[in-house]
Each structure stands twice: as C-alpha cells, then as structure tokens.
Design a protein around this ligand. Sequence first.
Ligand code: HEC
Length: 204
Amino acid sequence: MNATIRISILAAAMIAAAPAALADSDHRAKALAMMKQDFVTKGQATADRVSEDGLQAICNRTGNKPPEKIAQRLEADQMAAVKYPADGKLMGDWKAGEKIAQSGRGFTWSDEPGLPVGGNCYNCHQIAPKETSFGTVGPSLFHFGKLRGNTADMQKYVYGKIYNAKSFSLCSEMPRFGHIGALKEAQIKHLVALLLDPESPVNK
Ligand code: HEC
C-alpha cells in the first residue's frame, strides 16, 4: 500500500475512532498531532499528505454523510475535473492492467521518484480469480464486465471511477488515483481493460 493511501486510511480511522466524550475539534487536534509526530517527511513521502483537503474535511466532519445537496455539488465539481483521454480510447491492455492492479509500489520514501506508481487494487478488491489474496474494503470486481457490459458509457464510468472515485461517491474510501497524479492515463486505460475486456480473466 503506498504512503498516501496508508496515511489517508489511518487518518480516517483515527479520526473516526476517537471517543465520543470529547468535542469533535479536540479529537481532531489530538489525532492530527499524533499523526504529525509519527509521519515525518522523508524524500518524496512528504508529511503534508496527512493534511486533508476541503472535500475530505467535509466527509471527516460529517461522519461521511454530508448533506445530500452539498455532496451532489461537490461530486459534480470533482467530475468536471476528471481528464478523459484526448484520443477518446478508454480501453488499453488487460495484461498490463493486471500488473498495475497487483503493484503496491510507488510514492514511498524508498521508491525512486518518477517511477510508475502501482494501483494497489487487490488491497481492497477481489479482481481476477488467479489472485487469491485480496482485501474486502471495496466490492468484488470479479466478472465486472460480464455483469455490467463494456459499452462506451460503462468504459467512461470505470475510467472516471478510477481517476476520481469521489466524483461518483463523495466520501468513497477509494483513493483518487488520477486526481492525485498517482496513475497516468495509459495505466488507467489498462485497468479499464482489466475490468471490461471480454478477454480479461476477470470476465471468463
Ligand atoms: C483503499 C481501498 C481501495 C483501493 C486501493 C481501490 N478501491 Fe476501488 N473501491 C473501494 C471502495 C470502498 C469502493 C466502493 C465505494 C465506491 O463506489 O466508491 C470501490 C469501488 C470501485 C469501483 C466501482 C464498483 C461498482 O460496482 O461500480 C471500481 C470500478 C473500482 N473500485 C476499481 C478499483 C481499481 C481499478 C483499483 C485500483 C486502481 C481500486 N478500485 C482500488 C476501495 C478501494
């Protein structure tokens, strides 16, 4: 799991786990102080990753349940910032996608800056059947294309979801891979193919 993802999960967990007797702001201040003590900048793994952005702040302060109208507006803002490929092609090579889904490398202090970052998808999802070790934070994606089809709309949904999960579900726990610059356009296309290509083992 890369450092950004690990820290954001930790931050969410620590803030959510604080006891109810203290005021919210006290919890937050204590949790942040604790994290800032432990997470120090080392190489490309900068400590500012502990800081939430405005959108995450709304989720953190409302128990992941912001008022619906606000959530819809913010989702629309996130959606408008999704950069779709200029060539209009959203499906790459599922074999390359499987390697990206398997890889949890990248963005840590021990990774060489500039090298491609992994998608770490198995950490939260069941995907292709050959990989039997997977997390269950997210839903199973096995048979995703078989069940949902691979129409232009479905390709667009999956590309956008990987680019920025929060453009569909504001307080999603899925990292915003494209939005934060972790995954590049070609990598996201390969992942779309992994999930939607009829030849991918995901859909066999
Ligand atoms: C930290 C956990 C986590 C990681 C890592 C993660 N996801 Fe997710 N993902 C989730 C969760 C939780 C959901 C369900 C909530 C939502 O829809 O946002 C989800 C939903 C999805 C969906 C929508 C499923 C549906 O039924 O519409 C897709 C597609 C998806 N993830 C693909 C991926 C891919 C591809 C990767 C790797 C690049 C990935 N995820 C990495 C947690 C994760």
